[in-house]
Design a protein around this ligand. Sequence first.
Ligand SMILES: CN(C)c1ccccc1CNc1ccc(C(N)=O)cn1
Length: 231
Amino acid sequence: MKFDVLTLFPETFELVMKESIIGRAQEKGLVEVNAIDIRDYTKDKHRKVDDYPFGGGSGMVMMCQPVFDAFRAVTQGLDTKPRVIFMSPQGRVLTQKMAVELSKEEHLILLCGHYEGIDERIIEELVDEEISIGDYVLTGGELPAMVLIDCVSRLIPGVLSSEGSFSDESHFNGLLEYPQYTRPAEYEGRPVPEILLSGHHANIQKWRAEQSLERTRKKRPDLYEEYLKGK
Ligand SMILES: CN(C)c1ccccc1CNc1ccc(C(N)=O)cn1
């Protein structure tokens, strides 16, 4: 899986993306994350990437030319146009289901906006879909892009060591995860639920399923409703 990220802050990506699981996945050649600096495609000596909005209004808007030229640089020589995702508050809110679909792509281009936004012609011409990571406004699309890269990359076979745990992972079967415990069996007088120490795997699985249902019903009735419909 290759992510080409068009951004005004490429160094942010280098830092975050080379660390942790994504960094190791890159070393294994399972994931490649390239940060492309939009400013490298400006034509003027001040490397201008934004300008005043037509029609007035406060703030600045990202201009077409540098983004179009950065896009062309990334896509030249490719026989198929990769899917282009614009990280935006107006996008479809990212879900685990969307992440699963995106993880099947070979090559994604992520566009990160700044200022008050980007010239609409960029969206009309280059963008396949807008994705939001939630209903809140950030100063830029870099964090949303990193969130998308993380949640998609971890679904790629070989990226996570404990792949087996996928099946019952919360938000994967639509329910929240059951409570997790590890040693010691009692910490400062606080015990671990007996069932988990019993070794009865069938009972443990049943208890975990009940816990998942119970927590989802309490914490996320919306997901619970979805789940009941899907049954
Ligand atoms: C500068 N702004 C407001 C802006 C305006 C338009 C597009 C992109 C941006 C960049 N900001 C973003 C991006 C994504 C999200 C999200 N929820 O995924 C939140 N904020």
